[in-house]
Design a protein around this ligand. Structure first.
Ligand SMILES: [Zn+2]
Length: 381
């Protein structure tokens, strides 16, 4: 395809649109959709929802990632434990290939979840280069709300991505390190610690109404989890009985079983003290409406609902085009526009790379429609 064979590392979005036009696209909406599709496939980088990055299409993603890792491998930034500023980036990205694109490359690092800006400053922090040592800080163990995630296979860097996403909430001072962070929102503090060896993420909250800060953490954590489609984890809450309160390893209930007991209306037994505990009270500390919050909040073991896909194979030309257009129109009226359109682009890309636009596709070729073929206007059948 024209974009893949282009030798440039990046082009402006306007240039990308011109290339699309030269290859048969006439609607801006279709060009943006193609750009989004190529981005999702990793063929190019086109962050359309980002004010700065939406002006550029990176045709060679390795150009971007190479520049990013040049910064993360820089000895001075490593010595500074991941803290860097504009002067460092000017030094690292001084060649013509990077110099005019420093702002975009820095924004790529932010979008990749590799660094964040310290609020109110020109200083940036790359969490993966932070000190591995947990700093000493005062933490009152009384009346903590504790939640633990246990993963079957724990992806590396979950807490680093949380740090980037929630950096506005980092407790001022030396309260962030490579595997953990202290957050604050109003009167609530949260401590998040990753234990990669034990495949655990532990969240402790105290003060105020912890459910508000927990919901903020949960939302970002869900976004991180979504980027690992095969991720499997269980979410635990410790028992609140007197014996468990002082135990090093208290009885842990999964959120799923607590939900079941809430629906059931019966107490859940602590395996340590044998007393019956109130499942609703245990969950009430986490969610304002425990039953409403069931489902994905409980664990990562529920398989997502399968999305139906529709494939239509047909011979190009004659009545077939009109028939397929009518099928798509009818599906569109029933709210099936997105899968159909996505499938059309898949075929458009395959069509453009297979027929090349220079030789007519065989009359027996199967295609979607003439409009969806990026080289459609050049094909004669
Ligand atoms: Zn107990």
């Amino acid at each position: 395809m024209a974009l893949e064979s282009d030798s440039r590392d990046h082009v402006s979005a306007e240039e990308f649109f011109r290339i699309c036009e030269a290859h048969g696209f006439d609607r801006r909406q279709d060009m943006l959709q193609l750009g989004g599709y190529l981005h999702d496939l990793g063929i190019c980088l086109f962050f359309q929802d980002d004010e700065l990055l939406s002006r550029t299409v990176v045709l060679k993603p390795e150009w971007g990632t190479g520049a990013v890792y040049r910064a993360l491998d820089d000895p001075k930034i490593i010595r500074n434990l991941g803290v860097f500023g504009p002067a460092d980036l000017k030094r690292i990205w001084h060649e013509p290939a990077y110099a005019s694109m420093r702002a975009e490359l820095l924004q790529l690092m932010v979008r990749f979840g590799l660094c964040y800006r310290v609020p109110g400053s020109e200083t940036f922090v790359a969490p993966q280069l932070l000190s591995p040592t947990r700093p000493s800080y005062a933490w009152d163990d009384a009346d903590n709300l504790l939640l633990r995630y246990e993963y079957d296979v724990m992806p590396k860097g979950i807490v680093r991505r949380l740090i980037v996403a929630l950096h506005d909430l980092i407790e001022p001072g030396d309260n962030v390190w490579r595997t953990g962070v202290l957050l604050r929102h109003d009167l609530t503090q949260a401590e998040i610690i990753e234990d990669y060896r034990r495949r655990r993420l532990t969240i402790r909250l105290r003060g105020g109404d912890p459910r508000i800060l927990l919901a903020m953490i949960d939302r970002e954590l869900a976004a991180v989890h979504r980027s690992y489609p095969a991720i499997r984890f269980e979410k635990y809450r410790p028992c609140d009985c007197d014996r468990c309160a002082v135990a090093v390893e208290p009885t842990m209930f999964t959120i799923g079983e607590l939900m079941d007991f809430v629906v059931d209306g019966s107490g859940i037994q602590c395996r340590r003290s044998r007393t019956l505990r109130d499942a609703a009270a245990l969950l009430h500390g986490l969610y304002k409406d425990p039953v409403q919050s069931s489902g994905s909040a409980a664990s990562g073991r529920t398989a997502p609902a399968a999305q139906p896909e529709i494939f239509v194979s047909y011979k190009w030309g004659g009545d077939a085009d009109a028939l397929v257009d009518e099928i798509q129109q009818r599906m569109s009226e029933r709210g099936c526009t997105s899968p159909a359109t996505a499938t059309r682009w898949t075929t458009a890309i395959r069509s453009s790379s297979s027929c090349g636009g220079s030789e007519p596709a065989s009359a027996s070729s199967s295609c979607w429609t003439r409009r969806t073929c990026a080289r459609g206007t050049a094909c004669t059948n």
